[in-house]
Design a protein around this ligand. Structure first.
Ligand SMILES: *Cc1c(COP(=O)(O)O)cnc(C)c1O
Length: 381
């Protein structure tokens, strides 16, 4: 639930701070980069990469985003229920039995079969509406979409004849394997469009990385997610995006270990000398990667505190022996300034998006605007 700012609703020391000014700046930066003729779908799937879809959607919408992209119909409906007339686009597959729900809520759907096109045509006919869809083409990612073959061309020609179906767009998705492979996919896509001989309002290919690094991939629309949230995966040196999220907690308790004493399950860490250990109220149940046990670190008073022992579901311990005067209530930065998501992702052997997307619903989200805390989102309240 979105709440107006009330600090008594935070209820935990483990908090995710989300800078909405940075988010808005990032969108403006991307819009300036691609120019006014390229539309932008802000990708807010997976709860806006963990940052709280209802609030992120509202901010992007206020900034004039063209579309809000989600992975599935459930995510789209959740946003529709927030009451706003967002332009919503489901980029993934919608099962046949739920197509009607998508139509009823004016959600733009992705299809890649004449079968689904006909179901949608019938629904539109019966309900006296039209249905907006984008066609998905598989140019090599081999996940979803029609292959760019003559048979698909015939199928699409049939789809385009359906009078109540508004085929607004056509798109593909890149594997980002190498610039050469990406170019090959773009060429396959463009060749297929040429063979189709039909025109579409929104022809699109690019996610964050390709949308920033490859100007010729922007076409009519880009679909950034990571870039909006300030995750730097692209290579361009000229684009400056600001990190949006900061994840922190506070020290709850301190223990002093004598040599030979262990920490946490299985004693995978044992003190070799007198060691000062701080306990933090965050664990893998919050989405913090458990494989950072004995591998990651947090920042306390600007200094690295190594994680020691196995990370528990709700708590973990860090070594603060070398950090003077650590006490209960001291802030520990899990990621943020001085410890970017990128660094955590490398240590956890995953990518930046996964670090954010796994952040659990029991973490209060606190939104910053104009340099002050403006909103609390506590999803499980
Ligand atoms: C997730 C997704 C995106 C956004 O990807 P980023 O790398 O976060 O920019 C774009 N398009 C599709 C189809 C996606 O599934």
């Amino acid at each position: 639930m979105i709440q107006s700012y009330d600090s008594s609703l935070v209820l935990r020391d483990t908090r995710l701070f989300i800078d909405l000014d940075a988010l808005r700046d990032n969108l403006r930066t991307l819009k300036a980069l691609v120019g006014p003729r390229v539309a932008v779908t802000g990708v807010i799937k997976a709860n806006a990469y963990g940052l709280g879809a209802p609030v992120i959607a509202r901010a992007l919408h206020e900034e004039g985003i063209d579309y809000l992209g989600v992975a599935n119909l459930l995510e789209a409906l959740a946003l529709r229920q927030s009451g706003a007339a967002y332009p919503l686009f489901v980029m993934g597959h919608t099962p046949d039995e739920y197509l009607e729900t998508g139509v009823a809520h004016q959600i733009t759907l992705t299809i890649f079969s004449l079968h689904q096109a006909r179901i949608l045509e019938n629904i539109a006919l019966e309900s006296g509406t039209t249905v907006k869809v984008h066609l998905k083409i598989n140019t090599g990612f081999n996940r979803l979409g029609l292959s760019p073959t003559p048979e698909s061309g015939i199928e699409i020609a049939e789809i385009l004849k359906l009078p109540h179906l508004e085929v607004e767009g056509i798109f593909t998705h890149l594997a980002l394997c190498s610039p050469e492979e990406d170019q090959k996919q773009l060429r396959a896509f463009k060749d297929f469009l040429g063979d189709l001989g039909a025109s579409f309002d929104l022809v699109h290919v690019a996610d964050s990385i390709s949308g920033i690094d490859y100007p010729d991939f922007r076409l009519d629309m880009i679909r950034p997610g990571a870039a909006l949230y300030g995750l730097k995966s692209y290579h361009s040196e000229d684009v400056h995006l600001r990190p949006v999220a900061r994840f922190v907690t506070r020290v709850t308790h301190l223990n002093t270990l004598e040599p030979g004493e262990g920490v946490s399950y299985d004693f995978t860490f044992k003190a070799e000398k007198t060691t000062r250990i701080a306990t933090l109220p965050v664990g893998y149940g919050d989405g913090y990667p458990r494989n950072l046990s004995n591998r990651g670190h947090v920042l306390i008073r600007g200094m690295k505190a190594p994680i020691v022992g196995i990370i528990c579901m709700d708590q973990m311990m860090v070594d603060v022996t070398l950090i003077p005067d650590v006490g209960p209530g001291d802030e520990a930065v899990l990621f943020g300034e001085g410890l970017p998501v990128a660094e955590l992702a490398v240590l956890a052997a995953t990518n930046k998006n996964e670090i954010l997307a796994r952040l659990a619903s029991r973490i209060p989200r606190i939104y910053l605007e104009g340099g002050r805390e403006s909103l609390v989102l506590n999803e499980i309240l």
